[in-house]
Design a binder for this molecule. Structure first.
Ligand code: AMP
Ligand code: GLY
Length: 430
């Protein structure tokens, strides 16, 4: 493959991991990251580009001879950046806005799953003007807990698991009245509570077929033992002992390929990453949600494990050629990512704390930046809720967990917080 200039959109730990993987590609030319972070600065050029301004993105793509645009987060995908670039004959990796509705609208995802018999919890939809009917539905419900969800993107704040009528009514009221949720909750999904172990499966799709990259487990709650508030994710490990090769193939056959076929049938072919949030129930795997991009921090454990050139994979996805490439992932090792966050996250927290002691990367230890920045004196300081991602590789899950925590012991900033039990739920299964 000829060398190719790449524009990567995003600024989190996921994007640092993607930039790291893109930089390793034999076909990478220039790498630009918009806006990037102090970690990505070492891998390419961070550029100040208003990614909501599609014309400005196109101008940059044309001006810098960009051959591939890679979109990290969901919002630009849902906003149609891929459609826009594609309409101007520019290559962009990821789903179109219509296809990204699998993440952007939970009711859309549910209706497709129902129509094409993809296993998921039973559900009922209520538009905003029907919310007295939702109240009546809650009143008559006999199976608890019950799950209430805002239909649209809500940055993880639109899901309520209610253990009884009283809680469900409170959740309904919140969904109805919270100004931050007003755009997302034009429709409400009330859904069956699924019991089991949660696991995420990441597949790459090309509109026609799909290959599983890896499975991983996230740790969404702020506190040890999965307690406290939901966050973007406090750590992840991969692969998981929850799914073996047979169960992954079963998930591909029963969930992923049927979804890819369903989307093609509906005239909205799905290309890009399909992130399947699954519950392993007594009746088998069921879909909790789909996301249209890599997870953060799951991407940070998948990129180091990927042995095939990421540009080759992304190009095969864009051009419908996944059947022609063999994707290899390190199956001999385990990868653990521990997120270091600012005290107070996911609520309010202070910024500007000086960060020290970041160990040098090696072939089995990586530190991916998220909420960091250089201050006026050039010092590295905290600049967000999730600050750093410490990722390690080892032959056993136990060793990879140990190694990540050992590396953390040298890192410091005021108010540094991290979970002490990342990967522990995986260890219990060995
Ligand atoms: P979501 O934003 O849809 O991923 O939901 C956030 C979290 O809520 C998930 O990661 C699950 O832990 C939990 N959750 C969502 N839907 C369900 C469900 N139907 N049954 C059980 N847990 C759920
Ligand atoms: N770590 C969960 C997510 O990226 O949605």
């Amino acid at each position: 493959m000829e060398s190719i200039n790449v524009l990567l959109i995003g600024s989190g730990g996921r994007e640092h991991a993607l930039a790291w993987s893109l930089r390793k590609s034999p076909s990478i030319g220039k790498l630009f990251i918009a806006p990037g972070n102090p970690g990505t600065e070492f891998l390419g050029n961070n550029v100040d580009l208003d990614i909501r301004n599609h014309d400005a993105v196109l101008e940059f793509v044309e001006g810098n001879d960009i051959g591939l645009t890679v979109v990290g987060p969901e919002q630009p995908l849902v906003d149609g950046i891929v459609d826009f670039l594609d309409a101007h004959d520019k290559v962009a990796f990821g789903p179109t806005a219509d296809a990204a509705r699998l993440e952007g609208s939970k009711s859309f995802a549910k209706e497709i799953m129902e129509k094409y018999n993809v296993p998921t919890g039973s559900f009922k939809l209520f538009d905003r003007h029907e919310w007295s009917a939702a109240e009546a539905y809650i009143e008559e419900n006999e199976s608890w807990p019950m799950v209430l969800k805002a239909d649209g993107l809500a940055a993880g704040k639109g899901v309520f698991i209610s253990k009884d009528k009283e809680e469900a009514k409170k959740a309904l009221e919140f969904l109805q009245n919270d100004p931050a949720l007003s755009a997302a909750s034009y429709r409400l999904v009330i859904e069956e509570f699924l019991e089991g172990e949660e696991v995420s499966v990441f597949a790459i799709c090309d509109g026609d077929t799909a290959t599983i990259l890896m499975d991983a487990q996230d740790h969404k709650r702020i506190g040890d033992g999965d307690t406290g508030l939901n966050t973007g994710g406090m750590g992840a490990y991969a692969p998981t002992p929850v799914l073996d090769a047979d169960s992954l193939e079963n998930i591909r056959q029963r969930i992923i390929l049927p979804m890819v076929n369903a989307m093609a049938e509906e005239g909205i072919p799905y290309k890009g990453i399909l992130y399947c949030g699954l519950m392993m129930t007594a009746q088998g795997p069921k879909v909790i949600e789909f996301n249209c991009r890599f997870g953060d921090p799951e991407c940070q454990v998948i990129m180091p494990a990927l042995e095939t050139d990421i540009i080759e994979i992304m190009m095969a996805s864009v051009h419908g050629k996944l059947d022609y490439i063999d994707i290899k992932v390190d199956s001999e090792s385990f990868y653990t990512c521990v997120v270091l966050s600012s005290e107070g996250y996911p609520r309010s927290y202070e910024k500007g704390k000086v960060i020290g002691g970041i160990p040098a990367d090696s072939d089995s230890l990586y530190v991916f930046h998220a909420g960091t920045k250089k201050d006026d004196d050039g010092k590295l300081v905290t600049n967000g809720g999730r600050v750093l991602n410490v990722v390690s590789k080892a032959a056993t899950l136990n060793d990879s967990i140990q190694k990540a925590y050992d590396a953390i012991s040298s890192i410091s900033f005021d108010g540094m917080y991290f979970r002490k039990d990342i990967g522990a739920k995986g260890l219990k299964r060995f």
